[in-house]
Ligand binder design. Structure first.
Ligand code: F6R
Length: 369
């Protein structure tokens, strides 16, 4: 039940620290690999992989987009991410040494299931990340890693999405471990940092009142743009999807670098632009680029809301509102930066009096193609 929360979605947002902690718990073996829940393939099969495809729909696809950055960086394997509804129809090049990772909360999404069957027909190995034990997708896969979000009642994915991110990181680390790690020190540090993320998500959740306040004031806006670079790009896509599905607002997420190639013409005085800002530490080039994107939209009158890392004192003077999230390695940042965007969409929809848990026209599990 709702445990005193007004909506299941609020309850599920609040459960995220627990959901991530559960998903990470007891997963590491002594050699640094992770313990998968079902494995019908050998370590040798994992070592033979020469290409990774990640296939999913909706929010699960956004989790896959984040995974691509992590897997390519940690494992140095080429990795493509594709929408399940497109994957099968473009005749992807697959063989025994291809690993296809399918991500599905419900484990029953028909587009994803069809992509999985197509991949297996082409002899590719399939690893499923799912939240539903015994669902069709995990049953038909060669290996399974279950997220432990618990049942998600609200139609819009929140805790399931966050645990998919955690599971993707685990798979990336597993591949790095079984294949011989290139950046061993970095991977060990990431494992430790991952373990600390539930606490940091709690800190984000405790600081959400200004975000709610902002959302309530924005109830009259008719559209919003979300931009980011690197792993901030999929987070921007996810933030926009949440706003569309919950608040029935036209929202678009895209790579900040694309602004000048078209979307910047959408900016008018007062257009809300949400910017997912990368950490200024480490990848400062990326940070500089995002700051100049902020200046570009500000110059055209946008109302800019930035999600930035604690201690980032460069961004604040350039934007209308800034929400800070704790420090974390760049690749893990989506576990924190996605949270204010969930809260924002939920509160904005609530301010409009909409049905948060059951948005119109949507179903929790999409079992038709
Ligand atoms: C968005 C949302 C959907 C699902 C998508 C895939 O909030 O919930 O976009 O992420 O329908 O569903 P699963 O993960 O069950 O395959």
């Amino acid at each position: 039940e709702k445990d005193g929360y007004e909506y299941f979605m609020l309850k599920e947002i609040a459960e995220q620290p627990r959901a991530i902690a559960d998903t990470l718990r007891g997963r590491f073996d002594t050699s640094g690999g992770i313990i998968l829940d079902e494995v019908r393939m050998s370590d040798q099969d994992f070592r033979d992989v020469d290409k990774v495809f990640i296939v999913a729909c909706g929010s699960s696809y956004h989790a896959g987009m984040v995974a691509k950055y992590a897997i390519e960086h940690w494992v140095r394997l080429p990795c493509e991410v594709e929408l399940a509804s497109e994957f099968r129809y473009r005749d992807p090049v697959l063989d025994r040494s291809t690993l296809v990772i399918v991500i599905s909360q419900s484990g029953e999404t028909m587009d994803t299931l069809m992509a999985l069957r197509h991949a297996r027909n082409q002899k590719a190995r399939v690893l499923a990340i799912s939240n539903t034990v015994g669902a069709t997708i995990p049953r038909e896969s060669d290996a399974v890693l279950y997220t432990r979000a618990g049942i998600e009642v609200a139609v819009a994915s929140t805790k399931a999405f966050l645990t998919q991110l955690a599971a993707c990181y685990l798979v990336g680390l597993h591949l790095a471990a079984v294949r011989g790690i290139k950046y061993a020190d970095e991977v060990a540090a990431v494992v430790a940092e991952l373990a600390g993320t539930p606490e940091k998500i709690s800190q984000v959740l405790e600081a959400m009142e200004p975000v709610r306040e902002l959302a309530r004031r924005m109830g009259t806006a008719d559209r919003a743009l979300f931009i980011g670079r690197h792993v901030g790009f999929p987070v921007a896509m996810e933030g926009a999807l949440k706003l569309k599905e919950l608040a029935y607002m036209h929202a678009e997420g895209f790579a900040a670098g694309e602004l000048k190639h078209g979307p910047i013409s959408l900016i008018e005085a007062g257009t809300p632009v949400v910017v997912v800002v990368p950490s200024p530490r480490g990848r400062s080039l990326l940070h500089d680029k995002v700051v100049s994107n902020i200046q570009e939209v500000k110059a055209r009158g946008a109302a800019v809301i930035a999600i930035a890392e604690e201690g980032d004192d460069v961004v604040a003077p350039h934007v209308d509102h800034v929400v800070f999230t704790p420090r974390v390695p760049t690749l893990l940042a989506p576990l924190l930066t996605a949270v204010p965007l969930q809260v924002f969409a939920c509160e904005l929809a609530a301010a409009k009096g909409l049905d948060i848990d059951q948005p119109r026209n949507l179903a929790k599990s999409v079992t038709v193609e």
